[in-house]
Design a protein around this ligand. Sequence first.
Ligand SMILES: *Cc1c(COP(=O)(O)O)cnc(C)c1O
Length: 392
Amino acid sequence: MPTDHKYGNATRIIHNRRHQDPFGSPYSPVYNTTTYRFADTEALLDVIEGREDGYLYTRWGTNPTIRELEQGLAALESAGAALAFASGMAAISATLLAHGRKGIVCMGDLYGGTQNLLVNHCQPLGIPVTFLRAHELDQLDAALVEPGMLVFCETPANPTLAILDIHDLARRAHSRGALLAVDNTFASPINQRPLELGADLVLHSATKYLGGHSDLTAGALMTSEPLAKQVAAWRKNLGQLLSPETAALLSRSLRTLPARIRQHNENALALAKAMETHPAVNRVLYPGLETFPGHALAARQMAGFGGMLTIELAASRKQTAAVADRLKVFLLATSLGGVESLVSQPCATSHHGISPQERARQGITDGMLRLSVGLEDASDLINDLEQALSGH
Ligand SMILES: *Cc1c(COP(=O)(O)O)cnc(C)c1O
């Protein structure tokens, strides 16, 4: 079976399966079963007591459809193991509870849900949480006060696309006996593989690029076998598993991931270049532009620059909203990573709940529009932006 590493990503993910289908179907059927019949008590005990790897009860993660998805997810990030979850937040919360209890140090800007979880749930549980800005790297050593802590970051970050150096963060974390977890949702495993750069745990909202069609909610963790095992115990007892139906839908999506990401990258770069010279646009934040501050680092650690970009208009909050409202091909919606292009104004959506001062601290301005560039014809997307910017 071409799932080992002598084959490329696209080949491995298209041929990802665990069993030969008796009817010759290239893909496995969906096992919606919650329980599994054993030949006798001895065979059941072999599985319960861990002597045999078998299927027992789906909430435990022992389901053929979910296992097959996890095999594909692991291959994508060159990981020893992967766990699938009911959402990105399920993956993040189980990982923080399994590996962050001694303390979590966050570097740079975080997804709003993650920030909320850390402040409103982890801190009240007694877990020490420190937030450092991306430029406060020199404070990381001192923040890692004892071994066994967790460093957590996102790169590229939302919505500024700020880039953090994964290799450097892993080195610093490891020198203090800490693990590094990276939320890789924005990049996708096709453009960036943090484990290969030294990270220990990689998280995805599979709701975004991995799913890719805005029709499923799921999450993923890719890591080593021993680190996964500890998270799996939390997933099992918190009941965070996704349904086999959703797992099959996500496996279907993964088969086109390399091709989709190539086109997302291409469309976003074309849009970024067109917007860079537009008179109504102040700044274009896109890691693929040579003028972008994080470009050199992104070029070193990423294989592609992704489908997310932010444009900043020389306009008020209201004028910027009017531009978003005039778009016809881009849909005004939150989320990202689907085949359809989406637009959102961060100060009115993802960063609506935080104070203007905190937004300013994060470099988020009223004139910003965040674009999730889809797979439409790039010329249609450029024309759509141009008509919206010209005001008619
Ligand atoms: C959407 C998102 C999440 C949360 O994922 P859900 O699937 O909505 O739970 C986490 N991190 C990032 C970067 C995201 O964009």
